[in-house]
Design a protein around this ligand. Structure first.
Ligand code: ADP
Ligand code: NI
Length: 215
């Protein structure tokens, strides 16, 4: 099994599928998750780096948001990796990663079963926070036509307003992004997340200060 060749062919396959994707799962997201995950894997013992690499590359293939089921995703990954003659056990590990690491609105709360999946999930979560995470949140907000910030949503009659208006992008920080630090699986991932978390807190403080004309 020529791992380098398999990785190159997989990169090519994923790049072609995800190029130009506008909701935050474009090819460059995959590259960043790959780099994050590989960095953690290299500093962790008893990890199959090849599984981490393939898992990171294929983790957003056939996303559930676009109507694909776990079974669809399994078939797409299986069919592709079989053409490259990847061993069955490795394919199963990669399918497990793609089918289990997503946040899925916070409903996916079970403990992951393999160190490789935990590392890819940490790599994915790191890309949702920090400076990159801030960029992605606002870029997703534009894609979903959401307003950046609506102070009215936070006033006393919040409930009434929430019923009439769509949420804003700043809310996403409180609903998801600021929670991710404490959900990291690995010690190394947690350390990286701490720094990125501070960057978001700093950003939010500056955002409100600028909003109010304070700076
Ligand atoms: P996952 O890959 O974990 O399923 P999502 O698909 O929910 O994550 O999100 C992809 C990117 O878009 C992330 O960076 C996420 O923070 C951002 N995003 C998702 N939902 C929102 C939202 N409602 N407002 C702003 N950003 C969002
Ligand atoms: Ni992802």
């Amino acid at each position: 099994m020529d791992k380098k060749l398999i990785l190159n062919k997989t990169k090519e396959f994923v790049r072609r599928k995800l190029e130009g994707e506008g909701s935050g799962h474009d090819w460059w997201h995959i590259v960043r998750v790959y780099n994050n995950a590989l960095d953690i894997a290299k500093q962790t013992e008893n990890v199959d780096c090849f599984v981490v690499q393939l898992g990171a590359l294929l983790h957003d293939i056939a996303d559930h948001k676009f109507g694909y089921s776990d079974e669809d995703r399994r078939k797409i990954i299986l069919d592709f990796l079989k053409t490259l003659k990847v061993q069955d056990e490795i394919i199963e590990e990669v399918v497990y990663i793609a089918n289990n690491i997503s946040f899925k609105g916070g409903t996916n709360k079970h403990e992951l079963a393999t160190i490789e999946s935990k590392i890819v999930q940490d790599g994915d979560r790191l890309d949702a926070i920090g400076a990159i995470g801030i960029g992605r949140a606002f870029s997703y907000g534009g894609y979903a036509k959401r307003t950046m910030y609506n102070p009215n949503l936070r006033e006393e009659n919040e409930k009434e307003i929430r019923e009439c208006c769509d949420s804003d992008t700043i809310s996403h920080f409180y609903e998801k992004l600021l929670l991710l630090k404490d959900l990291m699986n690995t010690e190394i991932g947690y350390k990286k997340a701490q720094r990125r978390h501070e960057i978001m807190e700093e950003f939010l403080n500056n955002f409100y200060a600028e909003w109010n004309g304070g700076i």
